[in-house]
Design a protein around this ligand. Structure first.
Ligand code: PHE
Ligand code: NA
Length: 501
């Protein structure tokens, strides 16, 4: 019934692709670090609470929108109402011209570190190696300096591989890649976790991971971190899950797929958390340092603490390093391609441009745009863009999604459609979660963050950098989304009806 829309070959392929997008760099170090910082095992309570109250209902909503409206985010929102099309473009713009630009650079670091693992190039001082030799970090975002060549080379490879997957299309490209990547990632992770928990001192780390500090539960920031992490980790508010669901043929258990995707992603985080904490315990015991001293910042965890641990492992260290950075690379690439695919999908739906042209154009622009993050000031740029898009972009997109679909559209069309195609049935309670609970939670989170933002300059950066890089990134993509939305449709996709009407 859908004319010329690409489709997944199977439901398994769709779920693997959705998991591929969800499971990324965020699951491995971001989750572990948050858990450590926010009360160890006690963090699992707000995390699971956020998963159940926000993550799963919203993932069901995004799958429902894409599948019922049969469209990428811009097309789906256009079919929800003419004046909402911009809401489909905005997340595509800030993720394609924001998140994926620095995310691809972090993957490029991982690629470089695969090679550095062979001879432990970081020497005795991985901290100095990472920040001084590898990044050659300047002292502020305004001091851009020069491009770091090893990063640039790997970055080119990352974009080339992504391009190679996306031009092949939905089933022969994205689906096939994830059919290879996901089992490989699971295997690598299992090997690494098993290896790590058998190292000397591992239990010290694991008990810190699992020992609940319930006093932290009284701190609202712990809850806010949990909600922020759930958004990022499930790729919610990116427009990706809408596009991926739109490629699913008629009869398929969409609600069940959303639950499976969410549980697989969070299960993966919990699992890799054991590996990360085991490594930290191992380092603390072998160096006889307290655990708190081996953990630095989240980025330092993968690129400073891990290299240190790899050097301490001995003869098998290089192998461990190769497997670890390879697993990060695989997790990263499968997420990066999902952002590009979401944009390809949107532009194809509206302008009818062919996939090959779009993929080429986007990957060239993506590579060019990423270059700023390979410079000496790159890490600062990365930090600022990441902070603004994750704390405002994603949450705002999620909030607007709930309000528009909940209050300016008959949400029941989506719910009834989901119930018709799925085994798992959604009660009317789900409507109220979308219409009331989520907008309420997300507003509280946004306001709390805004207050914090205005009272202290984030990360100690100058206000000029925060406004010039962070706020303007959010603002410009917002304006551009209107420019895209007012362009005339070159296809008649928007005239078609949804499946539930
Ligand atoms: N869910 C991803 C993660 O946890 C986030 C992401 C998705 C980042 C897509 C980039 C692209 O890492
Ligand atoms: Na994730």
């Amino acid at each position: 019934e859908t004319t010329g829309r690409s489709t997944w070959k199977s439901r398994t392929g769709f779920i693997l692709a959705a998991i591929g997008s969800a499971v990324g760099l965020g699951n491995i170090w971001r989750f572990s670090y948050l858990a450590y910082e926010n009360g160890g095992g006690a963090f699992l309570i707000p995390y699971i609470f956020a998963l159940l109250t926000a993550g799963i209902p919203l993932l069901i909503l995004e799958f429902g929108i894409g599948h019922e409206r049969i469209g990428s985010a811009p097309l789906a929102f256009r079919k929800i109402g003419r004046r909402w099309e911009w809401l489909g473009w905005w997340p595509l713009l800030f993720t394609m011209f924001g998140i994926v630009l620095y995310y691809s650079v972090v993957i490029a670091w991982c690629v470089d570190f695969i090679f550095y693992s062979f001879n432990l190039s970081w020497g005795d001082d991985p901290d100095k190696f990472f920040f001084e030799s590898f990044l050659n970090l300047s002292s502020s975002p305004a001091e851009i300096g020069i491009i770091q060549t090893p990063i640039l080379i790997s970055l080119f490879i990352v974009w080339l591989v992504s391009w190679g997957i996306i031009v092949r299309g939905v089933s022969r490209g994205v689906e096939l890649a994830n059919r290879v990547f996901m089992p490989l990632l699971l295997l690598l992770t299992l090997v690494l976790v098993f290896w790590s928990v058998n190292l000397e001192g591992a239990m010290v780390g694991i008990s810190a991971y699992l020992k609940p500090d319930f006093t932290k539960l009284g701190d609202p920031n712990v809850w806010i971190s949990a909600y922020g992490q759930i958004f990022f980790t499930l790729s919610l508010g990116f427009g990706i899950m809408i596009a991926y669901a739109s490629y699913m043929p008629y009869n398929s258990n969409m609600t069940g797929s959303a639950v499976i995707t969410a549980l697989a992603n969070c299960g993966f985080s919990l699992l890799s958390g054991f590996g990360v904490f085991a490594i930290l315990g191992f380092m603390s015991v072998t160096q006889s340092k307290p655990l708190e001293e081996v953990v630095t910042q989240s980025i330092g965890l993968a690129f400073v603490a891990y290299p240190k641990a790899i050097s301490l492992i001995g003869d098998a260290g290089p192998l461990f390093g190769v497997l670890f950075f390879l697993s990060l690379t695989v997790a990263g690439v499968s997420s990066a391609i999902s952002i590009v695919e979401a944009f390809v999908s949107g532009a194809k739906d509206k302008f009818g441009i062919n996939r090959k042209k779009l993929a080429t154009l986007l990957c060239v622009l993506g590579f060019a745009g990423s270059i700023i993050f390979t410079t000496n000031g790159g890490l600062f740029w990365l930090d600022i863009v990441d902070h603004f898009i994750n704390n405002y972009g994603l949450v705002m997109a999620g909030l607007l999604e709930c309000i528009v679909v909940g209050w300016f559209f008959r949400l029941d069309i989506i719910r009834k459609h989901l119930n018709k195609v799925s085994k798992m049935q959604l009660g009317v309670w789900w409507n109220w979660v979308i219409k009331l609970c989520l907008p309420l939670f997300l507003t509280v989170i946004l306001l709390n963050q805004l207050i914090r933002e205005l009272s202290v300059a984030y990360g100690g950066y100058s206000w000029a950098s925060l406004i010039g890089i962070g706020w303007s990134w959010i603002g410009i993509t917002f304006l551009v989304s209107f420019i895209f939305a007012v362009q005339p449709w070159k296809t008649d996709n928007h005239l078609a009806k949804g499946r539930g009407e």
